[in-house]
Design a protein around this ligand. Structure first.
Ligand code: ADP
Ligand code: ASP
Ligand code: MG
Length: 411
């Protein structure tokens, strides 16, 4: 008998029929004697619908009111799922984030969980009740409702699993595991039986939204056994592991991640002297704009060009700030491009294999895809390319690195 935290994402609870199917799945686990805590998302499309309503009223609603609004989606699902379980003869109780006391900081719309009071849940579990918790939300010290950022129900589930010392945290979604790349973009992507926390963290932060980044961080930190599975079809899913696959045949590259919605901004001809990078990037970070890839190049005439990427939504604000900075520093010009994307190779095997970067660049060259920026770390290589080549690049690299799942790839 074990304690399992099961999270069901938007499509998994997207209709009454889907909620009934989830209730059947939970009932099956209860019948085997397991205790279940279910964490649910809003029904698919609901969070976006609520955000749309807000923007019909105000361009920039306060983050506090946004949180009050968007947190309602999850609450609806908790009650409906509890009813579906009750109808089947199982006791079930729904709770929202503040009732379970998922205490967060006060950063509305992207709050971080500080603690969870597991006592109430534990009592219910001991009484044989299925506890159904609203994902994505919490409460700050002052009692304000907060939310955890898009995809945040994953993090609620992992945090609950850590707090309750659950035997496993199962993330049920609309694909049957973590794939070598998004199976909606590359149809011969392959499901991975296992992936390390380290690799999953890179995949998530480089654009694979199958798990929210923070949920992976949390699972790694508290060593929560984490599995991604389909709520539509049965199967083993993908287990996120601490250790890498020591099998000699294990592929060097585990996956390919990609991110649309990026933008590039360059400040050209800055007089080159110590401190200019911080004078350029300081005001950007003061404005809470997240900077990703950064490249600086010194030209022969003692000026330098600094290029960096930001989320496309932040481009206007970043450009406005840089125009002021450019004037102050005497830089020549600002150039922006909002038609770029980032494609990344991820794999712990890169540590022990040379030549991955050159193989990647050669594969892209063969496809006549121009690389604009490159950044590497121990277990990933990312390139920024024109957005129109994104799918071509991902498919080409997937095949070049032997990740395709078609029979011809089997020697
Ligand atoms: P949920 O609503 O259940 O939280 P999400 O839409 O947030 O589901 O995440 C699941 C989606 O993640 C899949 O439908 C798939 O398109 C996408 N995805 C991106 N990269 C990957 C990957 N490497 N493996 C599996 N799914 C991926
Ligand atoms: N409903 C929220 C979202 O759409 C949280 C989640 O589903 O994880 O982002
Ligand atoms: Mg999600």
């Amino acid at each position: 008998m074990s304690l399992i935290v099961q999270k069901f994402g938007g499509t998994s609870v997207g209709s009454v029929e889907r909620i009934e199917a989830v209730a059947d799945k939970i009932a099956g686990y209860r019948d085997q004697g397991h205790s279940v805590v279910a964490v649910v998302s809003a029904m698919s499309g609901e969070t976006n619908r609520l955000i749309g309503l807000a923007h019909d009223i105000q361009d920039h609603p306060t983050p506090r009111e946004m949180d009050v609004l968007v947190s309602t989606g999850e609450q609806v699902t908790t009650a409906l799922l509890s009813m579906a379980l009750n109808k089947r003869g199982y006791t079930a109780k729904s709770y929202n984030g503040s009732q379970v006391r998922i205490l967060t900081d006060d950063t509305h719309t992207k709050a971080r969980i500080k603690s969870i009071d597991g006592d109430r849940i534990r009592k219910d579990i001991e009484a044989g009740t299925v506890v159904v918790v609203a994902g994505f939300q919490g409460v700050d010290e002052a009692g304000n409702i907060t939310t955890l950022g898009r995809g945040g129900s994953d993090t609620t589930a992992v945090a609950l699993a850590a707090a309750l010392k659950a035997d496993e945290c199962q993330i049920y979604t609309d694909v049957d595991g973590v794939y070598t790349t998004d199976p909606r973009v590359v149809e011969n992507a392959q499901r991975l039986d296992t992936i390390t926390f380290e690799e999953m963290l890179e995949m998530a932060s480089l654009g694979s939204k199958v798990l929210q980044i923070r949920s992976v961080e949390f699972a790694g930190k508290y060593q929560v056994p984490l599995r991604v599975l389909s709520s539509f079809v049965d199967g083993p899913g993908t287990l996120i592991t601490l250790e890498s696959d020591t099998n000699m045949e294990a592929p060097v590259i585990s996956g390919i991640a990609f991110q649309r919605d990026e933008a590039k901004i360059s400040i050209m001809g800055i007089p080159d002297r110590p401190g200019v990078a911080s004078q350029v990037l300081g005001p950007i970070s003061d404005a809470n704009i997240e900077v990703d890839v950064i490249v600086q190049n010194v030209a022969a005439d003692n000026t330098n060009d600094l290029t960096f990427t930001v989320h496309r939504n932040d481009l206007q604000d970043a450009a406005a700030i840089l125009n002021q900075v450019a004037e102050k520093l005497g830089a020549r010009e600002i150039v922006t491009d909002d038609q770029i994307c980032k494609v990344s190779l991820v794999g712990v095997g890169m540590r022990s294999h040379a030549g991955i970067a050159s193989k990647m660049f050669a594969a892209l060259a063969e496809l006549s895809i121009n690389i604009q920026l490159i950044t590497t770390s121990e277990i990933k290589i990312s390139v920024v390319v024109d957005e129109k080549y994104m799918e071509l690049a991902v498919r080409g690299l997937h095949s070049a690195f032997g990740l395709d799942g078609e029979p011809e790839s089997v020697e």
